[in-house]
Design a protein around this ligand. Structure first.
Ligand code: IVH
Length: 691
């Protein structure tokens, strides 16, 4: 397939087509992209780019109706790209799209105008990111499965049915019915599919939808990949409202989205619909399957019948599209970074790409063998995935987009940090020195002001201690003796005494600081405070598995997995610290787990109870000496919740000198703003040193 490269990179939401030639090129690009999308899923365009392209084409056709090309994808199911040979009993329609709350309100008002009365009730459900299929049952037995094709006729894919979970071979009742729904790879199935593909030396799927597309149409594969069906419609049960229909489908034995966190729900007003959309959008990263939007439907059969269908889409339903989580961009280079544990991790440097409002420039590349298996090359167009706060990752190259100018990725032959050998026996490469490769960096970090705050232990001292072989990890700091220190260059009696005193003080540091000092991946100061407050002791933190860790405010499932794995890896160091009674002397008052987004998690009592506080600018007056971390600790001691960015949930901004955009934003949102001095008065009882 050949797609003009310029189109792929320059098409954005705001691009207007300025000439007949640009219009023709856009139509060609869109046709090629949708043929690939509905074919084997190897699309060269991200979903956002495709939608933007279609909108530009539609805008051009509206302004120049005489020039509209017959093959234009506008107004056609599947962009007119695919055909099938088995006629559908009833056309399989697509959905019209809206892209924001205003467009949705306008669409709902249009439907109500058409009905001449309010809609009797709305149903809001996830827009599953897979492929539409029709499954025909005779006497309760599955007899045929079809793809959507061009909406009028589809391809027979009955042979794949036994690999599709949720699509029962026999229904619970012997009825004739045609189920309609979406087949997809859940996140777990996608991961499993790529494990299987790699084991068979097949290229991994770029993302779940292309994997589902390829799998549905594949024949004679030497391996089996499981898919999942979600029913959202049926021919033959037409007198039921939508929610009643979904219940009936579940009774018949089909899988539906009911029972998932994004379960279909009924709402009376468009405001409630918008709220539910926001909730589902917020849940998106944690759902066990991909969604590319939220579908809003008039619920009752009567409303649906009266509104009727257009040639491409029903008038009683609409898709509120969400920004794509996958985007296509170019892999510019690969960097190799040595982590604190000695792991040598490849990182992709990307041509910056905006994914769901965030500019992504770097993405993880798992490990060297993964790079090899995916066949990535520098210069490749790659699929990049980012959802919620998940670290962006490169999924796969678009092999058919290669120009020949791509170059192999060069793997390091020696540790990029210390030059010593690399242990390549595991999938993840590691410096043979392990943690001590990074010992200096770890010690400096651990001794920092916001961690153990060991005065006198800066960069030079840390290098001396590690090079003299006295310190291999942070636990070794606590066994240093006066004599050992005196043996170091430029270390006199006084400095040695001061350093030992500072280390002794650090032995009794609060749990959150000791935890932070470990440098667990995925945790910084804020997260360490939350974890310490949540669990109360190092023993409880160590006992936590990924599920328990995910109960901490701000830790998603992905991060929880990383932290749990880090804790396992850190076990020997944690044992050493425990034996030395570091971090065991001060336990933290445990706070009850708060629900996601719950701002009232702090125990009652402090003057900041119920407040969500952001600190910005430089502190002055009684707060002048406090670091940002110490300010956040103060906020939390006084019962508030500290956060680093201003949002509509923020209730108080402490703004010092040189407060910039956060102050402006807080003003816009009419959030209460205090000077550092005013704030100090408010929390006077909680200032360091106050009784
Ligand atoms: S209703 C006549 N509901 O999105 C009703 N479609 O972009 C048409 N889709 O063709 C479909 N989740 O493949 C409906 N909950 C849902 C859906 C859904 C995903 C797909 C479906 C449709 C496409 C339109």
């Amino acid at each position: 397939m050949s797609v003009p490269g310029s189109m792929m990179t320059c098409m954005t939401d705001n691009t207007a087509l300025l000439s007949p030639a640009a219009y023709t090129e856009a139509v060609t690009t869109a046709l090629a992209a949708s043929a690939a999308y509905y074919g084997d899923g190897t699309t060269p365009l991200g979903d956002d780019e495709y939608d933007a392209l279609l909108r530009a084409i539609a805008a051009y056709e509206e302004a120049h109706p005489d020039e509209a090309l017959a093959e234009s994808p506008t107004g056609k199911v599947a962009g007119g790209a695919v055909q099938g040979d088995v006629p559908h009993s009833v056309p399989m329609l697509s959905l019209d799209n809206v892209f924001d709350a205003d467009e949705l309100t306008e669409w709902a008002a249009g439907l109500e105008r058409r009905l001449g009365r309010p809609v009797a009730g709305w149903c809001v459900e996830p827009k599953l990111d897979g492929l539409a299929v029709a499954a025909r049952y005779r006497g309760g037995r599955l007899v045929q499965v079809l793809t959507r094709g061009d909406g009028l006729a589809g391809e027979d894919i009955t042979h794949t049915a036994d690999a599709v979970l949720g699509l029962p071979p026999v229904l619970t009742e012997p009825i004739d019915v045609e189920l309609r729904g979406e087949v997809l790879l859940t996140t777990a199935q996608f991961e499993e599919a790529n494990r299987i593909r790699l084991a068979h030396e097949a290229t991994p799927f770029a993302h779940p939808r292309s994997g589902a597309a390829g799998t549905l149409r594949a024949k004679d594969r030497p391996y089996r990949i499981e898919l999942t069906f979600f029913a959202y419609g049926a021919i033959g049960l037409d007198d039921l409202g939508h929610l009643a229909l979904l219940e009936r489908l579940a009774v018949l034995g089909a899988n539906t989205a009911a029972g998932t966190a994004a379960a279909p729900m009924r709402h009376d007003t468009v405001e409630q619909v918008q709220e539910r959309i926001d909730v589902i959008a917020g849940l998106r990263a944690d759902l066990p399957f991909g969604i590319d939007g939220v579908v809003v439907k008039a619920d009752t059969a009567e409303d649906q019948r009266q509104a009727g269908n257009g040639s491409r889409a029903p008038r009683w339903a609409v898709a509120r599209k969400l920004a794509a989580e996958h985007k296509v961009t170019r892999l510019l280079a690969v960097e190799w970074n040595v982590g604190r544990t000695g792991i040598i991790a490849p990182r992709a440097v990307l041509e910056p790409v905006v994914i769901d409002g965030v500019t992504v420039t770097y993405a993880t590349l798992h490990n060297p063998s993964d790079i090899t298996r995916r066949g990535l090359m520098v210069g490749d167009q790659v699929f990049v995935y980012r959802a919620g706060d998940v670290i962006p990752r490169v999924e796969a190259p678009l092999v058919d987009q290669r120009t020949g100018a791509e170059t192999p990725i060069v793997f390091p032959e020696a540790c990029p940090r210390c030059g010593d050998a690399i242990d390549t026996s595991e999938q993840r490469w590691r410096c043979v020195r392990g943690r001590s490769c990074q010992a200096v960096a770890s010690v400096i970090y651990a001794a920092g002001r916001d961690q153990l705050d060991i005065e006198g232990l800066g960069g030079t001292r840390a290098v001396q201690l590690v090079e003299a072989g006295l310190v291999k990890d942070i636990a070794d700091l606590f066994t240093l003796t006066h004599e050992q220190l005196l043996g170091l260059e430029r270390m006199g009696e006084t400095s040695a005494g001061n350093l030992l005193t500072a280390i002794e003080t650090a032995r009794g540091a609060a749990l959150n600081r000791v935890f932070c000092a470990l440098g667990v991946r995925g945790t910084g100061r804020t997260m360490s405070r939350r974890i310490a407050a949540h669990f109360g002791s190092m023993a409880a933190i160590r006992a936590a598995d990924a599920d328990t860790l995910a109960g901490v405010d701000g830790i998603g499932t992905e991060k929880a997995r990383v932290i749990a794995a880090e804790l396992v890896e850190l076990a020997p160091l944690l044992d050493k610290l425990q034996a030395l009674e570091v971090g065991t002397q001060v336990t933290e008052p445990q706070q009850p787990a708060a629900a996601e987004g719950d701002d009232t998690e702090q125990p009652a009592g402090g003057p900041l109870t119920g407040e969500a506080v952001v600190v910005t600018g430089s502190m002055s007056g009684p707060l002048a000496a406090l670091s940002r971390n110490e300010m956040n600790e103060l906020v939390e001691r006084a019962g508030g919740k500290a956060s680093s960015s201003v949002s509509k949930r923020t209730t108080l901004l402490v703004a010092g000198e040189k407060a910039g955009s956060k102050r402006t934003k807080a003003e816009e949102l009419s959030i209460r703003i205090l000077t550092p001095e005013e704030f100090a008065t408010l929390v006077a009882d909680f200032l360091p040193g106050a009784e």
